[in-house]
Design a protein around this ligand. Sequence first.
Ligand code: HAX
Length: 435
Amino acid sequence: MDQLKEKFKALATIKAQELKTIAKEYGEVQLDTVNAGQIIGGMRGIKAMLWDTSSLDAEEGIRFRGYSIPELREKLPKFEGGKEPLPEGLFWLMLVDEIPTQEEVEWLSKEWASRANVEEQVFKTLDSLPIDTHPMTQFTIGVMAMQSSSIFAKKYDEGMNRNDYWDAMYEDSMNLIAKLPRVAAYIYRRSFHGGNHIAPNPDLDWAGNFAHMLGIDHPDFRSLMRLYMTIHADHEGGNASAHTVHLVGSTLSDAYLSFAGGMNSLAGPLHGLANQEVIKWIFNMIESLGTNTPTKDQLRTYINETLASGQVVPGYGHAVLRRPDPRFMAQKEFAHEYISDDPTVQIVWDLFEVVPEVLGALGKVKNPWPNVDAHSGALLVHYGFTEYSYYTVLFGVSRALGVLAQLCWDRAYGLSLERPKSVTSDWLKSAVSSN
Ligand code: HAX
């Protein structure tokens, strides 16, 4: 058994027992109530699922196993000579609740490199798709094409003992995470670079190798990918992609089926697709205004036009957060340090001054501040990565770290099939009128 799996098994044994005790002794304790607005309004704020890898506070933003993003940037091991955290370290932290050493992270980089071989049939499946298939659709299909190698599905078919579910899920999760950059880079090079693929470099770390296979070899772009893959990895369990993975996984679907389900959620414009929408919106604005150095008054006018045409301002607002997203702030810091004179970055910063005031004036937007997606595109564009329809795939590769670490916990805890109760609109009408 490898060192990470060993640690996971030891911790999971203790924590699963704790959870069993809570369920047995306190299962009937009333913790929260639900109101009619929450039933109609997308179940906002209802505490109804277990998620250990991260937790989100409306004011403070995300904490991964208790660590904020600035803390992770400081404490997680780095690539030799680099300044940004290695996502391997975050995965380790999310899975076994401790910050790994440099040696442990280097072991994990090598472990993933050794599991990264992608079967030819996956590339063939992708090659059979029309070239203009959206990269997120290709990504999901690529993941599904790997499903036949699921260890969990195979062992379940052979009659696996339920006590071993976590083990098979761990193996699938490690394999899937290891392979994703290769599949994702293949989609990028196929869609935008004439199928001129780049062989992996197993001496690089997971995110650095992904940057290399994408074909953008600037050392700062590798640093950006390490940061990007870290900050997008998890956002507690209630967001649509994480929740979907958890829901699909609760039926004992394997990691491939569950993760592909989550990616279909991430591909929606109110969620992960917002990162492509933001840069598309900025590019359209530059074209429509005829300048890439718009004044704040010009920005205000353009934002109002967007709202007047019945569209949302992409990259702004959040279902939980009520402050600027720390993931936005981390990218802003990166931009200050590396590329502060970039004109698109300047637009993003000017929008940060103007959009909250315009959205705030509407009186209905609960959070007028930027979310993670408001900044990422401008950073990518700076390094020549302009094919924005691909951006959500980057998000998806990162999101695998959090949702798959949690999926291992779901199976270690023996969490149940998810099955909340729905009500009809007639039931709701009658329930509120009798109050
Ligand atoms: N632009 C215009 N209107 C907005 C808005 C925005 N950015 N954000 C919220 N609103 C509107 C809502 O559409 C809603 O209007 P109606 O009552 O007329 O339907 C009203 O303000 C109240 O919404 P809310 O309670 O503040 O926000 P929700 O929890 O319902 O929705 C969203 C949260 C993220 C979906 C929303 O803020 C939005 O559409 N933002 C733009 C898209 C976006 O950036 N999505 C990415 C979010 C982060 C993420 O998941 N990344 O992957």
